[in-house]
Design a protein around this ligand. Structure first.
Ligand SMILES: Cc1ncc(COP(=O)(O)O)c(C=O)c1O
Ligand SMILES: Nc1c(O)cccc1C(=O)C[C@H](N)C(=O)O
Length: 422
């Protein structure tokens, strides 16, 4: 491994300075930011301040004094430029799953209004290989409103991309699409799918779980209708950090959502018996914000200040290409089947490899302080977070992977037992 050359790449990296903002686990190469991003020093300090300083010293006064009440909007506005959204369209709240439920209901009622009395369409089109929670939320909503109002229709991802018109039809009410496939890392052409959907009057919900903070996203330019995403992956908001939801401004006056909690009320502190939705994006809120967790997200987003997202994407591609090149040069690439697309523009910020012993290989890698992850049935995933992953890290990861494959140390009994949840 030519570590001198890798050090030169690190020295020339315009984002190299970002790494110092993070707490990097000792002697560890962390390639799992696609599942849980690392802690930043600023986040650590903010959580301490909000806990001891604000909650500890100011108690209940903090809702006003430290503007806890406005956190969902404030964090939403801070996040908006990272996903290509103009102000007034994003709030931070709940989980992706819960936000999907709200977005699905809102999108279906929007299409019903638009179809005015004609037999309302009810199909929600998604991909079979989507992250399961996305599909479960459609199934859950369907069990409440009935399949005549909401019915999940599944398409094979490759077939949908090859022939979108065959799947996105006049019967389609909503297209629910995740930009980057969590298993394969395949990046779907969202703008093109939105165009197809709009042509037949369908609305689109985009799941940005594996996009936000990893690459430029252009929700407004794409004319997306709704979007959801999490903050615990590439945005480094922390375990279980609250998610976000985007609603295009043009839809805000017409839409409503069923989880109509008091934080979405036009005047929450009037404590009125009747619900009146807030006029703006606040109507997507439900209950009290998780202040400590949201404060962590707020601080984590500061590490994107001054970061050019095109540069971020360029580094992500460079890191993934380097991984593939180095793996090839070690001679062990052919032991794996790379299930991620060959072309970098068709990938997110991860690579996935199929191998019968992927679970054990992943455990052996973790034991060697290379943090990757495993997804059933047999995929090894490595994620690249351009803010803190160095080119040198890729060299170390591939070197150790090659070693594990050469000495077959992954066959040791301690790596075989499947007892881990992630
Ligand atoms: C594409 C996608 N959607 C949704 C989720 C999860 O959503 P939630 O925040 O509700 O756990 C994940 C990963 O956890 C994901 O990869
Ligand atoms: N959200 C997660 C969790 O609460 C526990 C373990 C993993 C996760 C994940 O984020 C999984 C992730 N969406 C994935 O791509 O597999």
């Amino acid at each position: 491994m030519d570590f001198e050359k890798l050090a030169q790449l690190d020295a020339a990296d315009p984002l190299a300075h970002c790494r110092a903002q993070f707490v990097i686990p000792a002697d560890t190469v962390y390639l799992d930011g696609n599942s849980l991003g690392l802690l930043s020093h600023a986040t650590q300090a903010r959580v301490a301040e909000v806990t001891a300083g604000q909650w500890g010293q100011d108690g209940i006064k903090s809702w006003n004094k430290h503007q806890w009440v406005q956190l969902p909007q404030r964090v939403g506005e801070k996040l908006a430029p990272l996903i290509g959204a103009a102000p007034g369209q994003v709030v931070c709240c709940d989980s992706i799953s819960v936000n999907l439920f709200k977005a699905l209901s809102a999108a279906l009622s929007l299409v019903k209004q638009q179809d005015e009395g004609a037999r309302p369409r009810h199909q929600v089109l998604s991909t079979r290989d989507n992250f399961p929670t996305d599909l479960y939320m459609v199934q859950g909503l369907s069990s409440i409103v009935g399949s005549e109002r909401c019915e999940l229709q599944l398409a094979d991802e490759s077939e949908l991309l090859a022939n979108p018109q065959a799947f996105i039809t006049e019967q389609t009410a909503v297209v629910l699409i995740t930009e980057v496939n969590f298993r394969t890392g395949r990046r779907l052409p969202v703008a093109k799918l939105i165009e197809h959907a709009h042509r037949v009057g369908a609305r689109v919900i985009v799941d940005l779980a594996h996009s936000a903070g990893a690459m430029p996203v252009a929700l407004d330019a794409w004319q997306a209708d709704f979007a959801v995403g999490c903050t615990y992956k590439y945005l480094n908001g922390g375990p279980g950090a609250p998610a976000f939801i985007y609603v295009a401004k043009r839809h805000l006056p017409a839409i409503s959502q069923p989880l109509a909690g008091w934080f979405g009320h036009a005047n929450p502190f009037a404590f009125e018996a009747d619900y009146e939705a807030a006029p703006g994006i606040e109507k997507m809120l439900s209950g009290t914000p998780a202040v400590l967790a949201m404060a962590a997200v707020d601080a984590a987003l500061d590490s994107f200040t001054g970061v050019d997202l095109q540069q971020l994407r360029a580094k992500s591609v460079q890191l993934s290409e380097l991984f593939l090149d180095l793996l090839e040069s070690t001679g062990c690439a052919n032991e794996f089947r790379c299930i991620s697309p060959a072309q970098s523009h068709e990938r997110g910020s991860q690579l996935s490899f199929a191998h019968d012993d992927a679970y054990a290989i992943c455990q052996a890698l973790i034991d060697a302080k290379i943090i990757a992850d495993f997804r059933a049935p047999n995929y090894l995933r490595v994620g690249f977070t351009p803010l803190y992953t160095r080119f040198t890290d890729i060299g170390l990861a591939v070197e150790r992977l090659a070693q594990i494959m050469a000495d077959k140390s992954y066959l040791a009994p301690q790596f075989q037992q499947r007892h881990k949840v992630t």
